[in-house]
Design a binder for this molecule. Structure first.
Ligand code: KG4
Ligand code: ZN
Length: 334
């Protein structure tokens, strides 16, 4: 059996489709929604409408580029959650319709599990058990991965996600949405030791990122009183210092998690794992600690259907299918 699965991702602001053949991802088509930029964040209603507009073309392109047709499919997979309800509904309804029309099984995928499973798209692949720091616009988790489909969150944010901290800080500086990649870009030209921010400590392996947002707001307000052009004149140093701070907060907990579990296969996943500062620091710390580290290709860090397809492949092999009455979940634990 060489399962062919079509996967659809529509949890936030990317409409994406991917075809996977016997565990090999054939393509990963992504339509990014530019409409949110002028609002400084994702507008849920606009996201749903854009998914509706994009989904047929994105799915068609994925099928066409795979050289296969609907008739070759053994299952249709979709992101069930977590995500924006209206956005998820578009993907779920589309997947259901297609599965019904073709009379093939439906496979629901947990978006956060899929971010972790992006590590199985291409070699090298981590060995079980491994730790995955999963960092996105909505989540910040340290996941203990026992097998492809058996994962436990051992640490997580108690408030904002780290991606949110990046995006909100960027917004405070007047940078467009999503600000994370821009902070990353400016940080590469700046001095990370220029400014210091204080940390909020949480118990155990948990994180807190809401304090830094307020601290950053007051920091800029005070500096701008002294020099109204403070941000414009120092944007690289500000971004580098803030990024260093956020990356250090992540790394402190990741090091603790590795020490507590004794696990030395360490991965990162999710949109923020595209961050050059995080990738570089992980490599440096990993070398010192003797870890094997796993960093996804940039294409598989931010939201994409290839990771949904990868997760669906493992579920297919497991015979883990959904019924047609399955509903999306805005919140969905790993
Ligand atoms: O995984 P993702 O695409 O969507 C969610 O599931 O949330 O993650 C999006 C988040 C946004 O907060 C975005 O600013 C952040 O990932 N991000 C980055 C970078 N690229 C994306 N943050 C920092 N540096 C980057 N290079
Ligand atoms: Zn995501």
């Amino acid at each position: 059996m060489h399962p062919v699965i079509l996967a659809i991702e529509s949890s936030c602001d990317e409409t994406s489709a991917s075809v996977i053949l016997n565990g090999k991802v054939l393509n990963n088509i992504i339509a990014t929604q530019a409409v949110h930029q002028k609002y400084g964040g994702v507008v849920p209603e606009l996201a749903s409408r854009a998914h509706q507009q994009n989904i047929v073309a994105v799915v068609d392109e994925a099928l066409q580029k795979s050289g296969l047709t609907q008739r070759d499919l053994h299952a249709v997979a979709f992101t069930r959650g977590p995500g924006l309800m209206g956005a998820l509904l578009v993907g779920v309804s589309f997947a259901k319709g297609l599965a019904m029309a073709l009379n093939i099984p439906l496979i629901e995928v947990n978006h956060m599990q899929a971010h972790v499973l992006a590590h199985f798209i291409d070699p090298p692949q981590p060995d079980f058990p491994f730790l995955c720091l999963t960092v996105s616009g909505g989540h910040t988790q340290i996941v203990l991965v026992k097998s492809h489909l058996d994962m436990t969150v051992i640490g997580q944010t108690q408030d904002d996600a780290v991606g949110e901290a990046f995006d909100k800080a960027a917004k405070i500086m007047g940078l467009p949405y999503p600000g994370g990649p821009l902070i990353d870009k400016y940080a590469q030209l700046g001095n990370a030791n220029a400014y210091k921010f204080s940390e909020t400590n949480m118990p155990g392996l948990d994180f807190s990122f809401s304090g830094i947002k307020t601290a950053f707001l007051y920091f800029l307000r005070d500096e701008k009183l002294k020099n109204p052009r403070f941000v414009e004149e120092n944007v690289n140093d500000i971004c580098a210092s803030l990024q260093r701070h956020l990356v250090n907060m992540l790394m402190t907990r990741l090091v603790q998690a590795a020490e507590q579990t004794g696990i030395r296969d360490i991965a990162i996943a999710g949109g923020v794992s595209a961050n050059a500062g995080l990738r570089k620091t992980l490599k440096e710390v990993g070398e010192k600690k003797g870890w094997r580290i796993f960093i996804p290709a940039l294409e598989y860090c931010t939201d994409n259907a290839a990771m949904i397809a990868m997760a669906a492949h493992f579920k297919y092999l497991d015979g883990n299918f959904s019924t047609l009455d399955v509903a999306p979940l805005a919140r969905m634990p790993i």
